[in-house]
Design a protein around this ligand. Structure first.
Ligand SMILES: Cc1cc2nc3c(=O)[nH]c(=O)nc-3n(C[C@H](O)[C@H](O)[C@H](O)COP(=O)(O)O)c2cc1C
Ligand code: SF4
Length: 429
């Protein structure tokens, strides 16, 4: 069996792992002490040298993003993206739930690097236990003098505010997140200006994902070279893969970038359920193009290999589907979600995602026509681009990839209503 490499998850499973006492027993906050004695620019250099790339979806180099802050700036905010609302993505909640101080130490070090005195953590509204654990951890950190007006006795100030989301997936998009914290409608902003120049309350702001920041203490503790020993040259480090769907052991697994997707499924996750054949895999959360079983068997899990295979590593939320899956029904689930979550600012996205959801639902119910299928394919192509944010691509990519790679199933549904996957009529699928 392939062994997990447990860096981010090293403390998970321990009694009381979310408490500061347990975190300190394991050497927690010693790295922050070391990092606070370094120059902020030195900290940024170490993170740059590590090659750490964002774990929120786009994989942007973290250290490089930090250098985009203007040299002269009035104030800097760090916003932590803990919105995690994408179907199939459930790895940040593990950190929030079982090792919140790892994230807080990452925030402490990052704020030092960015010369920021205020961090906001934007947490998904539906997260209840993760929220309580995070809130308790922040209180413990204040009580221990890690946050407040005299951080670790250094005379520096760092405040940490938790902001709970109201239930909108789009607030995970970084500029919608900023608007939401400001008390405005959670809708994305037009870029430029970029948040590093004009972000939260008009000030310079860096937005990073929870898992991204949880890596920072480990990089500062062990050094950039050690971090690079795991993963691939362009995708260094380990990754939390959240595997869901038709496997025997779904869950969050930590492996270096570069492992084979099929090993993750067959070995770590105990294979496809009931001995069924693998049919399809979405490798990076619901917004990325789906792969056929043959494509999935060839895939290496790193940013570049996923791009080369015509998909994306995204949030590393791996959704596995076996031979019993009706691909039309599966797409119906996804497009229903996206149709509901468009923020409505841009006409192609607002109208397109709604129409797509309706058409897929019609086809799935067995009452679609060949003309509906043509319209669906056309809408899938037209909706992306020319919109304020990439949500429209997140709708387009599943639609286009499902209807291209599993075309015959869609055709079966519109020509006689037969669902091949379950050998039943589409209406009962
Ligand atoms: C529709 C949409 C939803 C998103 N949701 C999340 C999310 O829940 N969490 C997250 O970290 N990034 C999410 N992102 C990506 C963020 O906009 C941003 O790129 C990320 O937080 C940057 O952090 P990173 O560089 O550490 O990855 C989303 C993007 C889009 C377009
Ligand atoms: S693309 Fe969609 S979600 Fe993004 S801003 Fe436009 S309407 Fe809103």
């Amino acid at each position: 069996m392939i062994e997990q490499v447990r860096h981010l998850t090293a403390r998970m499973g321990k009694n009381n792992s979310p408490t500061i006492e347990s975190y300190r027993d394991d050497g927690g906050y010693e790295t922050a002490m070391k990092a606070l004695a370094m120059e902020p620019e030195e900290v940024i250099e170490v993170v740059k040298a590590s090659g750490l790339r964002g774990r929120g979806g786009a994989g942007f180099p973290t250290g490089l993003k930090w250098t985009f802050l203007p040299k002269e700036r009035e104030k800097t905010y760090l916003c932590v993206n803990a919105d995690e609302s994408e179907p199939g993505t459930f790895k940040d909640r593990l950190i929030l739930d079982f090792d919140p101080h790892l994230l807080l130490e990452g925030i402490l070090i990052t704020c030092h690097a960015l010369k920021s005195d205020h961090a906001f953590i934007y947490i998904r509204g539906e997260f209840c236990r993760p929220y309580r654990r995070l809130r308790d951890a922040v209180r413990e950190a204040y009580d221990a003098g890690l946050f407040g007006d005299n951080v670790m006795g250094t005379g520096r100030t760092l405040h940490c505010t938790i902001h709970r989301g109201g239930g909108a997936y789009i607030c995970g998009e970084e500029t919608a997140l900023l608007n939401s914290i400001e008390g405005k409608k959670g809708q994305p902003r037009i870029k430029p200006p970029f948040p590093t120049n004009h972000g939260l309350f008009g000030k310079s702001t860096v937005i990073n994902n929870v898992e991204t920041l949880a890596n920072v203490p480990l990089i500062l503790r062990d050094g950039a070279e050690e971090f690079r020993k795991y993963g691939t040259e362009k995708s260094p480090g380990t990754r939390l893969f959240g595997v869901s769907g038709h496997v025997n052991r779904p869950g969050v697994y930590e492996f270096p970038h570069g492992i084979r997707l099929i090993d993750l499924i067959e070995d770590a996750c105990g294979g496809v359920r009931d001995g069924n054949a693998l049919k399809a895999v979405i490798p990076g959360g619901s917004s990325v193009p789906i792969l056929t079983a043959d494509e999935a068997r060839e895939l290496i899990l790193c940013f570049d290999a996923c791009m080369a295979a015509g998909t994306m590593l995204g949030s590393a939320g791996v959704i596995v589907m076996d031979e019993t899956t009706c691909m039309v029904k599966a797409l119906d689930r996804l497009t229903h979600f996206y149709g509901h979550e468009s923020c409505g600012q841009c006409t192609p996205c607002r109208e397109g995602s709604g129409w797509i959801a309706e058409i897929v639902s019609k086809i799935a119910s067995g009452s679609g026509t060949p003309a509906d299928l043509d319209k669906l394919v056309d809408l899938g192509r037209q909706i992306s681009g020319n919109t304020i944010c990439v949500f429209s691509d997140a709708v387009s990519m599943p639609v286009t990839s499902f209807t291209t790679k599993f075309r015959s199933e869609f055709e079966d549904h519109v020509n006689g209503g037969v669902c091949v996957a379950k050998k039943t009529t589409a209406a009962t699928a």
